[in-house]
Design a protein around this ligand. Structure first.
Ligand code: AG3
Length: 431
């Protein structure tokens, strides 16, 4: 019998000795790292709970759909006792073992694996359990939790519809109770059928209605197809090139998110390339696109190099004189450090006066507040150069759900704390 199928679950009991004391005392760090360890095993995180003892010691438990991970620490003894228990064939608890060993800077350890529910002793079920959800009526909470202690939770129904580890990331699709089907990449919610229009209408129409006469658009990422669908509503365009690195995302979106991915099937103006967007930008000729839209994941994992100075310099180079670069630029409340890092780079590459930040409220991204950068090579201004009549005509003709001229103007309004953040950055962008 092969190792994977001989038991219902695998339970690893771990002793970590000679750990870093400071880390054993840091409850926030331990909770975040144990959550991260759970994700690395491939588990679906349901919740986490922490407890601090006096005078010393703390416990963290992460509940996963596949069972749980726990850690109990005794900092003075530089010791942690850890349980890593996953059921089903889809998770590998040893990945969490390795990860936590690195986090705690363990000098020594012992670990043993116990099989739970050895199949030899169990009556044979009528149908083999494949380790994934089985009850089509069952509801669960999907938690997308980030390292700053925020998160978003969405109720899902029944079986996970799709899951595959691609060459770049883990691609999953869930059916949600309120927002239709949902695409998740490496445990981060990317889009849902229910609220995708907010993000996609804004990423596409804001630049395409301020820049008159755009002909060529480049989309980097955006494998679900929502950005392409909105861009292709602009009839003045001659060609839209979309470069998505992950075929698995495209295929899963075509199958499970048809209302979002509809433009990906044979649109005459769309050239869809499955390739590395960074190389594509590097190899593109000077001034070859009027608008570039970077519809990427967060600045971790496969998306990380899309957030480099070098990448933005090439974007600047391949834009036409009046061209505009738009990027999804994270949440200023959810990920303030990442947000600031990004805008530092935009100011350096495009110049202070040519960079603007606009925002929207998306219920399915943590904090609900999401932003886009608007970087104009030739200074085309998002408000002064707006042709409101054209917006009106466009928005009515296409029966848009979110975007209109008032929205266009309002998304650039900055609350004071954001204004302050950005002004400080302008002053320190070369530090
Ligand atoms: N791309 C940006 C999503 C960022 C999600 N991040 C997160 N949930 N922390 C969305 C893809 C839509 N086409």
């Amino acid at each position: 019998m092969n190792k994977e199928t001989e038991a219902l679950g695998r339970h690893i009991l771990v002793e970590y000795y000679g750990c870093n004391k400071e880390k054993l005392r840091d409850v926030t760090l331990l909770e975040q790292e144990l959550l991260q360890a759970a994700k690395i095993t491939g588990a679906t995180v349901l919740n986490s709970i922490v407890h601090k003892f006096t005078p010393q010691g703390l416990s963290v438990a992460v509940i996963i759909a596949e069972s749980h991970l726990t850690i109990h620490t005794w900092a003075d003894h530089q010791y942690a006792s850890v349980d890593l228990y996953t059921c089903g064939n889809l998770c590998d608890p040893w990945k969490a073992f390795e990860y936590m060993s690195g986090v705690l800077e363990t000098k020594n350890y012992s670990a043993m694996e116990m099989k739970r529910g050895i199949k030899h002793f169990l009556p044979k079920p009528e149908e083999e359990f494949d380790g994934d959800y089985q009850d089509p009526e069952m509801t669960r909470w999907y938690h997308d939790l980030d390292k700053y202690g925020y998160g978003v939770s969405i109720q899902t129904i029944g079986n996970r519809l799709f899951r595959e580890q691609s060459a770049f990331q883990r691609v999953e699709i869930f059916k949600t109770k309120k927002y239709g089907n949902m695409l998740v990449l490496d445990s981060k919610i990317q889009t849902t059928e229910g609220d995708e229009y907010i993000y996609h209408e804004l990423i596409a129409h804001v630049p395409l209605l301020t820049l008159q006469n755009a002909k060529r658009v480049l989309i980097i990422g955006g494998g679900d197809g929502g950005t392409a669908r909105e861009v292709l509503r602009h009839e003045n365009l001659e060609e839209v090139v979309m470069v998505e690195i992950d075929q698995v995302v495209i295929d899963a979106s075509k199958k499970f998110l048809p209302t979002i991915s509809c433009a990906l099937d044979n649109h005459p103006k769309l050239k869809l390339l499955v390739d590395d967007g960074i190389n594509y930008v590097k190899q593109s000729g000077d001034k070859s696109f009027d608008v570039i839209l970077v519809d990427s994941t967060d600045p971790i994992g496969p998306g990380v190099t899309l957030f480099d100075d070098d990448f933005y310099k090439h974007c600047h180079r391949i834009l036409t004189d009046k061209g505009i670069l738009i990027t999804q630029s994270e949440s200023p409340t959810g990920a303030p450090d990442e947000y600031k890092e990004l805008y530092k780079k935009y100011y350096r590459v495009f110049g202070d006066d040519n960079v603007h930040s606009y925002k929207c409220a998306t219920p399915t991204y943590s904090t609900g507040l999401w932003t886009f950068s608007y970087c104009a090579k030739g200074g085309v201004h998002p408000l002064k150069d707006l042709d409101e009549e054209k917006v009106k005509e466009f928005e009515v003709k296409n029966q848009l759900k979110y975007y209109n001229a008032d929205v266009h103007k309002s998304v650039f309004a900055q609350p004071n704390y954001m204004r302050k953040m950005l002004n400080e950055l302008k002053a320190t962008k070369f530090e």
